[in-house]
Design a protein around this ligand. Structure first.
Ligand SMILES: [Zn+2]
Length: 410
C-alpha cells in the first residue's frame, strides 16, 4: 500500500513539471502572439496596452519561475530532515542490499514501515543531550522527548514523520506533488512566494485575455477559442494557487503548519521546562532529571564516582501540559510572519534568504518560544533557576565551548 502510493507519487513528481512547463509555454504563446501582437498591436494598434501586459506578464513569469526553482532546489538539497538513528541506518542499508540482490538495481527507502523500534532505553542514548541541554523541549508523559519508531531517533520539537520521504521533517507542512517533495521549515517561505506569484501571474493572464475577448466581441470579431481556453486554464491554476497562498500565509501568521493546523484546536502540548536542580514533583506536574540514571542507581540517584562536571550538567525539568489549543510558539502574527518570511520586507518578496526560524535553535529552545512559555511557568508556579545555577550553566557552556574536553571545573 505504502509502496504503491510512493511509486505513484514518484511518477507524479516526474510528470508534473512537464505539465506545468507545457501550460506556461502555451500561456506565453497565447498571450504574446495571439493577444499582444495579433490583437492589441496589429488589430487595435494599442501599443501601450500591449507593452504594459508584456512587462507585467514577463515580470511575474520570472518571479514564478525563480521561486519554483528555489523550492525545487531546497527540497532536493536541504529538505529539513532530521538525522536517522543508527539502527534505522543499518536496517535501511540492509534492506537496500537485499532489494538490489533480489530485483537488480531497483532501490527503495520504504523499508522504514516494516520495522518498529521502541524508544532507546539507554540513559546515554545518542542525541538525548541535545534536548536536555535546552531549557524547554516537547516531551512525552515520561519526560523524554518523542521517539520516531521509523527513523529510530528522538524527534526534535515540531518535527513530523513524512511517510513519502520516510524521514522526520522539521515543521513539516505537507507533501506537495506539484514541486515533488515535502514543504517544511526550509521551503515554506519559498512555497508561499511561489503560490502568491503564480496566483498574480494567472490573474494577469485572465485580465489580459478577458479585455481581448471583450473588445473582440464589441468590435464584432467574435470569440476566440484559444483565448477562452487560456482563461479557463488560468482560472483553474489561479484559484488553486490563490487558495494555497492564502492558507499558507494564514498559517505563517499563526505559527502553525498544515500538519499542526489539523489538530490545533484540540492539541495539548506536553513540555519539559527546566527548574532548579533537585526540584521535586509538584501538585500538578511531574519532574525528570537528566542525564537519566544508569540502571542500578535508584531514580534520580547518580553514581558516586561522577565528576563535578557531571553534577553541573545535571538538569531537572518539570513536565507540564498546556491547555487544549494553546500554541507555545505563537509570537503574535507579525513576529510569526517574520520568523518565516524574514525581517525585512524585501526578504518577504525575494526568494534568496532562508527563514530565520530555520536557523533559530539556541541554548534555550529549538524554536523561539512565545509569551505562553512564561505564562506556563507562572501557571504551574515553577520555581525559577537560582542565579547560582544559571551562572554555573553559563560557565560550563563557556568551558565546554573553549576546550571541548571533559575536564572538571575547579
Ligand atoms: Zn521519522
Amino acid at each position: 500500500m505504502v509502496s504503491a502510493q510512493t511509486a505513484s507519487t514518484r511518477w507524479l513528481v516526474r510528470i508534473i513539471p512537464l505539465i506545468l512547463g507545457g501550460c506556461a509555454g502555451f500561456a506565453t504563446y497565447v498571450l504574446v502572439k495571439r493577444i499582444c501582437i495579433d490583437f492589441f498591436l496589429h488589430t487595435r494598434h494599442q501599443s501601450g496596452a500591449a507593452t504594459a501586459i508584456l512587462v507585467l506578464y514577463f515580470l511575474f513569469l520570472l518571479l514564478m519561475l525563480v521561486t519554483y526553482f528555489r523550492v525545487l532546489v531546497v527540497i532536493q538539497h536541504n529538505p529539513g530532515v532530521t538525522p536517522l538513528g543508527q539502527k534505522a541506518i543499518q536496517l535501511r542499508e540492509a534492506d537496500k542490499k537485499r532489494k538490489r540482490r533480489s530485483q537488480g538495481t531497483e532501490t527503495d527507502l520504504e523499508a522504514g514501515e516494516r520495522y518498529e523500534s521502541c524508544p532507546d532505553s539507554n540513559p546515554d542514548s545518542p542525541g538525548l543531550e541535545r534536548f536536555y541541554s535546552k531549557d524547554v523541549f516537547m516531551c512525552n508523559t515520561d519526560g523524554r522527548p518523542f521517539w520516531c519508531s521509523s527513523c529510530c531517533n528522538w524527534k526534535v520539537d515540531r518535527a513530523h514523520h513524512c511517510s513519502e520521504l520516510e524521514r522526520c521533517v522539521k515543521k513539516m507542512d505537507h507533501f506537495c506533488p506539484w514541486v515533488g517533495g515535502v514543504i517544511g521549515e526550509t521551503s515554506f517561505k519559498f512555497f508561499i512566494q511561489f503560490t502568491f506569484y503564480t496566483a498574480v501571474y494567472c490573474l494577469i493572464v485572465i485580465i489580459a485575455a478577458a479585455i481581448c475577448l471583450a473588445q473582440r466581441i464589441q468590435s464584432g470579431a467574435g470569440t476566440d477559442g484559444v483565448v477562452i481556453a487560456i482563461i479557463a486554464l488560468s482560472a483553474f491554476f489561479g484559484l488553486f494557487t490563490f487558495t494555497m497562498a492564502c492558507t499558507s500565509m494564514r498559517y505563517a501568521c499563526m505559527n502553525l503548519t498544515n500538519v499542526d493546523y489539523v489538530k490545533s484546536k484540540r492539541v495539548v502540548h506536553q513540555l519539559a521546562i527546566r527548574v532548579p536542580r533537585g526540584t521535586t514533583k509538584g501538585p500538578n506536574y511531574g519532574v525528570i532529571t537528566y542525564p537519566l540514571p544508569k540502571p542500578g542507581n535508584g531514580p534520580g540517584v547518580h553514581a558516586p564516582e561522577e565528576s563535578a562536571r557531571d553534577q553541573l550538567a545535571t538538569r531537572t525539568f518539570a513536565i507540564i501540559k498546556t491547555e487544549m489549543g494553546e500554541n507555545p510558539w505563537d509570537l503574535g502574527p507579525y513576529r510569526n510572519w517574520k520568523s518565516i518570511m524574514g525581517d525585512s520586507w524585501i526578504d518577504w518578496f525575494l526568494p534568496f534568504k532562508h527563514s530565520p526560524c530555520a536557523s533559530f535553535e539556541n541554548n534555550e529552545s529549538f524554536y523561539e518560544m512565545g509569551p505562553l512559555y512564561q505564562q506556563l511557568r507562572e501557571r504551574f508556579s515553577l520555581p525559577s533557576l537560582s542565579s547560582e545555577e544559571e551562572k554555573e550553566t553559563r560557565e560550563l557552556k563557556k568551558q565546554l565551548h573553549s576546550d571541548g574536553t571533559d575536564s572538571t571545573p575547579s
